[in-house]
Design a protein. Structure first.
Length: 559
């Protein structure tokens, strides 16, 4: 039986021109050879499978070529080149830094450097995974690396440049290899397929290239595996099945349902995906990339960032045109937060479904800014101008005063849109407002509706009940309610039920535009007790007998 040679070895580049995706580096090396400015030491660093060792071998072969081409390439026919191609060259030595990392082995290498090459111009040492050398081995190698004989050249390769000693880095010319682009990998796979008489669909090769994460060796390994599975015909469907990759058609379908707010179909598709054995986080990563691609398609200037086939690119452009940018950004934000909390969730399926339901909810028009509110006759704007970070709607002239609130000491939270409420607070909306809910709101009707809502909290949530009954809500604009809070803790308590409160008020007041604006008084209130100890001390100042009672009964204050 004929020995099988994997594609990564069979089609390994033999000249600088055949190296894929590293034109800058190969061009620099060729120019150095042409002008006879070859350094004594090189460091090739970068991720796996991008051509570091390949370029090291080509460089070693080229500088020893007896009939160097004018372009800086090896002739591939002289005895030196033939010996290299047959792995029989005594002038080129390869070492593995992982298995030759001790001081003794480096000392043996240093001793061999003293012996000039028997044939060829240079004695070239290629040390792969050089970061695996020990500290002592690096130190033993320093002097030789800095001042080697004129015939000695060192080419070091590593995937972890940060582990190399600075003293080693300073003695080398450093070349940073980049990840190979999807287009370059696809082009090389097409070349290999044509040489092997394999019929391969372009979309199938794109999937392999994307899965390889910029590593040509990984792409060729997957290519060999898939050819063994499919024979001489490599199809997109076969690649998805063998590599366990989710078909991008799922992402297009689920996005289409989300755009139209179809929660039922969205949940059915995600259930189908999970039943096929795909992990929920695997879907989240792929769906996040899909939304990113849609966002990229919104502008011709960023369209080049989309790495896919022309047919799929048209699908992206068509779907991107149907989804506004602000909706895409909101969807990306929800999916990103879902991905971050997925592993820690006790009910992962529910966690995923809730996030999808949130992005299915339709966008609503943004709330009017203070400038818009200023055009309404019944409202007036505070004399202090509002900044983007702190928008303040002043008290109307015909409303009740705000008590002891000082306008110069209010820290105002920005008005949140309904979209943000849905995103941050979940889907706890009692009922969507009817389209014709635009009834004028009065201060009296607002106070009545506010009391109806707070009455429902007296037994179930006494803390929030206390927060919402400490002062009266103020109708600061025709549809904007202003409520004063003392601190951030109260704001957080209100935030948890904010959506339910808004839904109740909109229905009770028959006005779909009702929005709530909260203000925090950041004036220091040193005399107001909050903790149990502060309250006790406050009462004890008024009645000193309390301290005596506490000491006689040996009582402690609860925290």
């Amino acid at each position: 039986m004929e020995n099988f040679i994997v594609s990564a070895r069979k089609y390994r580049p033999q000249t600088f021109n055949t190296v894929v995706g590293q034109k800058t580096i190969t061009g620099t090396l060729k120019n150095a050879i042409i002008h006879q400015q070859v350094a004594q030491a090189f460091l090739f660093c970068g991720p796996r499978g991008v051509g570091k060792t390949t370029c090291a071998r080509i460089l070693a072969k080229t500088i020893n070529c007896e009939n160097l081409m004018p372009t800086g390439e090896a002739c591939d026919t002289c005895p030196s080149c033939q010996a290299f191609n047959d792995n029989a060259s005594f002038a080129i030595l390869e070492l593995d830094g992982a298995s030759n990392n001790s001081v003794d082995e480096i000392r043996n290498l240093v001793e061999s450097v003293r012996v000039p090459p028997l044939n060829g111009k240079y004695k070239v040492y290629i040390i792969d995974e050089v970061h695996m050398l020990s500290q002592s081995a690096f130190n033993a190698f320093l002097k030789t690396l800095e001042e080697p004989p004129v015939y000695a050249k060192f080419i070091l390769a590593t995937t972890e440049k940060h582990k190399i000693l600075p003293t080693i880095l300073s003695r080398c010319q450093i070349f940073d290899f980049k990840r190979i682009t999807v287009e370059d990998i696809v082009e090389h796979l097409q070349y290999v397929a044509s040489k092997e008489d394999i019929e391969a669909e372009e979309e199938a090769l794109h999937v392999i290239a994307q899965k390889s994460d910029g590593a040509m060796r990984d792409a060729l390994s997957m290519f060999d595996q898939l050819v063994s599975f499919t024979g001489k015909k490599l199809t997109y469907k076969a690649v998805l099945e063998n590599l366990n990759i989710l078909d991008y058609d799922y992402y297009f379908r689920i996005t289409e349902h989300i755009i139209h707010g179809d929660i039922t179909s969205t949940l059915l598709i995600i259930n189908e995906i999970l039943e096929k054995g795909f992990d929920g986080q695997h879907f989240l990563i792929g769906f996040g990339s899909h939304l990113r691609n849609l966002l990229v398609c919104k502008d011709e200037a960023t369209l080049s960032l989309l790495e896919t086939t022309p047919s799929v690119r048209e699908k992206y452009k068509e779907q991107a045109a149907a989804c506004p940018i602000n909706r895409l950004v909101r969807m990306l934000d929800v999916i990103n937060k879902c991905d971050q909390g997925y592993k820690s969730s006790n009910n992962k399926s529910l966690h995923l479904e809730i996030s999808l339901i949130q992005i299915c909810l339709p966008d609503e028009p943004e709330e009017p800014s203070p400038r818009v509110a200023a055009t309404v006759p019944s409202a007036s704007i505070a004399s202090k101008p509002a900044s983007p970070a702190a928008k303040t709607v002043s008290q109307p002239s015909d409303s009740k005063p705000l008590g002891n609130i000082k306008s110069t000491s209010l820290k105002t939270t920005s008005i949140k849109t309904t979209d943000n409420l849905k995103k941050e607070e979940g889907v706890a909306h009692a009922e969507e407002p009817a389209e014709d809910w635009e009834k004028p709101v009065s201060q009296e009707s607002l106070e009545q509706a506010w009391k109806q809502f707070t009455d429902t909290l007296e037994a179930s949530n006494p803390h929030l009940y206390s927060t919402l009954t400490k002062s009266k809500p103020i109708l600061a604009a025709p549809s904007t309610i202003q409520y004063h809070l003392d601190n951030k803790v109260q704001e957080e308590e209100l935030f948890e039920r904010r959506a339910a409160l808004l839904a109740f008020l909109r229905k009770a007041l028959q006005n779909k535009h009702i929005m709530l604006q909260t203000e925090i008084d950041d004036t220091p209130q040193t005399n107001r007790p909050y903790t149990p100890r502060e309250k006790f001390n406050h009462l004890a100042e008024k009645n000193p007998c309390l301290k005596e009672l506490k000491e006689q009964l040996d009582l402690d204050i609860e925290y």
